[in-house]
Structures are given as C-alpha cells and as structure tokens.
Design a protein. Sequence first.
Length: 250
Amino acid sequence: MTETTDPETKKRFGRSDMPFLDHVEELRWRIIKSILAVAVVAGVSFVFAEHIFKFIVFPLGDIKLHFTEITGSFYAYLKISFYTGIIGAAPVILYQIWRFVAPGLYSKEKSAVIPFVFFASILFLGGAAFCFYVVLPYAIKFLVGYGQDVMTPIITVNSYVSFAGMMLLAFGLTFELPVIGYFLGKIGIISARTLRKGRPYALVLILVAAAILTPTPDVFSQLLLAGPMYFLYEITIILVRYTGLRKDEK
C-alpha cells in the first residue's frame, strides 16, 4: 500500500491515519476527562443543592412539591447535582469533543477551538435558559392543569427534577444545531442547497427527535421543542450558505 504524500492531504488530516485502537484510546481519554469534569461540577453543586433547588422551582409557580419516600429529598438533590454537573461542565465537554475531531481539520480550522467552545457553550446554556424561563412554565401549567377538574395533582420532587433536567438538556442539545451545521458546511459535508431540499424530511426528523427527547408523551411539550428546532434548522441553512459564499470568494 502506497503512503499518501500529498501535502494538502497530510495538512488536512494530521493524525487521522492513526491506527483504529489509537482513535479508541483517544476517545476513551476524552470521555474520561468529560466525566471527571461533570463529577467535579456535580460535587460542588451538591454542596449548594438546597440553594439550587430553591432556584429551579421557579417554573412551578404556586405548585408545591412532595416526596413519598424517606430518601426522596436526598435523591432529588443527587439528581439536581447530576444535571447541574452536565450543564456546568458543558464547555469542558465541548472542548473535549473539539480536541477529538481536531486532527481531521485544516490547521487554520483547528485555531477555531476558542470560537467553537464559546459559541457552542453560549448556545447550549441559551437553550437551557430558554427552556427554563419560557418553555417549562407553560408546559407545567398546561400539563398540570389538564384534567385538574376531576383529579388532584400531587407532584413529587423526584419527578419534577427528572422532568425539568431532561427538558433543559434536550433544549441545550437542540440549540447546538447551528454550530454543528456551520462546521459541517465548512468542511464540505453538507451544503445549503442540500438542507433546503431536505426541509420536508428534516421536519419529520425534527418531530421524531422532539418525541424522543421530551420526557413526556404529550404533544404539547413535543411541539414546544420541535418549534425552536425547526427555527434553528433555518438558521443553520443561512449559516451554511454563508460558509459556501466565503469558500467561493476564496
């Protein structure tokens, strides 16, 4: 087998000709570092879990939470620490993802690590904030009020923390779509034309993804996620088109 000597190819792929097991080892260490970051943030969060809990009940309004087991409040604080750990460690996780894929990029694309981590972190936290302040209050009001004429809601603290945590993560991940699309367009994997032609399929996939990501089976919560997802899809088309124009200018 002849070795690739094209300098542009080598510049492009760097260490991408590493053996498969080396890639696996690299991925393993990136995952370990991400888990350690989550563990550190979660550990610190557990110390302040009570204060965080008082903050995250904001979307509930006047609704009171209950626990039905002796360990209910303790497990709720553990869950709060876990979700806070993931959200708080998002910049580190995104950085580890970038470091894993960086060997396959051009050298000037590798220098975009700071903008990537910055904007990806802002979008992730922005998605979580949008969910917390806008989506969750309306979703809870709708879901709790549905059938309240014949039933009395008794919401446990564990169910609320799980529901809110999964919703925050789902929206945070969804808001990463423009950044992912931008870099896929930059390296030539997707184009604005392909995304425009794929709108009908994208809409179906968005609805399916919203159904999977939302922790409840109700259509209302799924649409609350699907709406921003489709909006972000359109933003992604604009960003990818801009990337294509920049390439044409060069």
